[in-house]
Design a protein around this ligand. Sequence first.
Ligand SMILES: NC(=O)c1ccc[n+]([C@@H]2O[C@H](COP(=O)([O-])OP(=O)(O)OC[C@H]3O[C@@H](n4cnc5c(N)ncnc54)[C@H](OP(=O)(O)O)[C@@H]3O)[C@@H](O)[C@H]2O)c1
Length: 491
Amino acid sequence: MEGKSKVLVIGGTGHLGKRLVNASLEQGHDTFVLQRPEIGVNIEKVEMLLSFKKQGAHLVTASFNDHQSLVEAVKQVDVVICAISGDVDHISSHQILLQLKLVDAIKEAGNVKRFLPSEFGTDPSRMSDAMEPGRVTFDDKMAVRKAIEDARIPFTYVSANCFAGYFVGGLCQFGHILPSRDSVVLFGDANQKSIFVDEDDIAAYTIKTIDDPLTLNKTLYIRPPANILSQRQVVETWEKLIGKPLRKSSLSEKKNFSIAYQIHYRGGLPQAIPLIYAYVLTGYLGKRLRFLPSEFGTDPARMAEAIEPGRVTFDDKMVVRKAIEDAGIPFTYVSANCFAGYMVGGLCQPGHILPSKESVTLFGDGNQKSIFVDEDDIATYTIKTIDDPRTLNKTLYLRPPENILSQREVVEMWEKLIGKELHKSSLSEQEFLNIMKEQGYAEQVGLTHYYHVFYHGCLANFEIGKDAEEASVLYPDIKYIKVEDYLKRYL
Ligand SMILES: NC(=O)c1ccc[n+]([C@@H]2O[C@H](COP(=O)([O-])OP(=O)(O)OC[C@H]3O[C@@H](n4cnc5c(N)ncnc54)[C@H](OP(=O)(O)O)[C@@H]3O)[C@@H](O)[C@H]2O)c1
């Protein structure tokens, strides 16, 4: 790492940001990643940050709402790279102007040798004639450039052209990121040249440039010669690969078309029912088939007494079970109990997925037993079971014996690891229910689950019985992650 700049990546869990973190680590830079408190219980982001830490990155807590925290974060490094979201299309929010706060922080810190703002696309300085409303991306990026240059902050602007993931994947068609094997809509004659760059390559070039005096206070264009292609050429390359010509239509520039996003929120129920019919219709019945519906939690068959509104999860899962069984489809239901990432990480507290080193709120006396399973172990047990005749038409419970613990026991393990006792408060059952009633519908659904697990012990308060199996008994060869080891990732 000697002689190499220390790098802070902002937006590190994003589409490009995660690649920048990896490239920085791969190229031997001491790498820091901004951890925003606002990500809350976004488990994907938290897990990604923890995996960066595991690879050697340092996580730095700071918020765009707290100027001083940003100043302290940038003070730790030589180079700041921001990959905050910038496109109003691609279903991401547009946050480019937030970088003005970052510019203020970098200016105050005074130590940063180079700042690479979130650009990574079309060069905005060449887009003064862009049409509304998309020009907002370019206008905002230019406003950030002006602030950087007014503050005399050394910079490099990376003009990365088309992200391959979006453009090559969809054969350059809007609203597609996977290539069709049947048809394609061309932009006019489709002969305009564009430039396509793999996002990992963008990250590698970006990190390569940060210590290069040649690109200081300049724009770095990424134009890999073999990737300067028209849409038609991209389509032809795909046709060659699949050995088949696509049906082509063309969209003239004048043709009026409106773009609407259809964001489908697909719950387990609407998704599963058509799947069941598909199995029946395609005549798979009677063959070697097994269906594992989306369960992986509390066994819904034991939750007939669950309270509203959270019982919707159990009721819907039971409807799917009935449809499966009525259709005579062979099944296995996996009852996975508590996902460790949500429950262990937050010391079982709703709204937390990282353990505090200061305090914890216990559910009552904190002594109801629960069961915690690492999500990777859940997946391993699930795959293990699919060809196992012992679990055919049964429920498979995941109950790793050492992970059958109360909230208090989880907290004590954490206290042992950090060498410190947490300040403890307690919430009675009635207090919990009162707080729950004041929340919105979605929060109430989530809290209902905590209620049954941590006040009534619904996961561990029954014997499995003969018509079901337990995973750690069936598959003793799997070395499951124990809660104590799971907690070490947060140290
Ligand atoms: N050339 C192309 O084809 C192309 C395509 C897409 C994007 N781009 C450009 O590439 C850059 C990065 O885009 P992307 O698609 O990688 O971004 P993205 O995945 O949509 O988001 C990147 C990150 O922005 C941060 N962010 C989002 N909302 C925020 C908020 N309210 N406050 C603070 N941070 C917030 C998050 O960082 P945390 O990790 O902190 O949560 C998020 O992970 C943008 O400038 C964009 O215009 C170019």
